[in-house]
Ligand binder design. Structure first.
Ligand SMILES: [Zn+2]
Length: 284
């Protein structure tokens, strides 16, 4: 599958609030994106996996809104969410968690190389690419207010990855979750499984109608609970393997994820075992 064959669907989920849902077969769905029109401003959330896809996104945003994006929020530092930054900025200003600036400045080239290794079909296009780092950063929480439109950025600590941000519109009850939600797709854990469960509990307590996930179709709080329960079950089973000192290979054959086995990307179980063994070791 080449990028040109990928499908990008645009859906207006509240007035001026858009979800951009991509279905790249390799990822089981996603990376997704979105944009918010607020008066004369357009705020884009995540910039997709290649400059060409980002240019397609920009072209459609300009066609739908008649405006140029002024801000781009990066939900986290993974290549499939940030490689398109250069297409928007400048003139747009990139906003992200303080840790994302540090990671992108330090690891920008290796983030691109990782994607180029995973996606041979993109390696030629990615040669000339560089990742634009955020110039406005925050910690904890920040709000962007444009007239009646309020856009909140929230970080609850490491979860899927370091510096995860969700974008919340309290009036419209919309949440762009970034990769805190993989919608019925097996989750890759790079940050903290315990932190991820805590972040999902925060989302469960919020007033939300629609969630735009980082990967997969649009969802709601039910899908947040499904992922939380999957992570809790992963932690429970991997902890038992850890306590019996099983090797990774032994753990893989021992673990039975039941209904979650139907979710795509079961190979991520190996990553989960590495990550959780590390978390349990550090906690003991
Ligand atoms: Zn990610």
């Amino acid at each position: 599958l080449t990028v040109l064959e990928s499908r990008i669907e645009f859906r207006e989920i509240a007035s001026g609030v858009w979800a951009v849902v991509t279905s790249l077969a390799e990822s089981g769905g996603g990376p997704n994106s979105g944009f918010i029109v607020a008066g004369e401003e357009v705020i884009v959330i995540d910039s997709l996996v290649t400059p060409n896809l980002a240019r397609e996104l920009l072209r459609r945003i300009e066609a739908f809104t008649g405006k140029q994006p002024t801000f781009l929020v990066n939900t986290h530092s993974h290549g499939d969410h940030v490689i398109g930054n250069e297409v928007f900025a400048p003139p747009a200003t990139v906003i992200a968690h303080e840790d994302i600036r540090e990671i992108l400045l330090r690891e920008g080239r290796s983030i691109i190389d990782t994607i180029a290794r995973l996606r041979r079909d993109l390696s030629e296009e990615l040669k000339e690419t560089r990742i634009v780092a955020p110039s406005i950063t925050y910690r904890g929480r920040m709000a962007l207010c444009f007239g009646a439109r309020r856009v909140e950025l929230i970080n609850w600590g490491d979860a899927h990855s370091r510096g995860d941000t969700v974008v919340y519109l309290p009036q419209e009850r919309v949440l762009y979750s970034g990769d805190l939600l993989f919608n019925h797709i097996f989750p890759p854990i790079y940050g903290s499984s315990a932190g991820w469960v805590r972040a999902l509990e925060q989302i469960e307590g919020m007033d939300i109608k629609v969630i735009v996930p980082g990967h997969g179709f649009l969802g709601g709080k039910r899908e947040i609970t499904d992922l939380k329960n999957c992570l809790i079950e992963l932690r429970r089973q991997i902890r038992m393997c850890y306590e019996r000192s099983l090797s990774k290979e032994e753990a893989i054959s021992e673990i039975d994820m039941g209904t979650y086995r139907q979710w795509p990307h079961q190979e991520r179980l190996a990553l989960a075992i590495d990550q959780l063994y590390k978390e349990f070791r550090e906690a003991s």
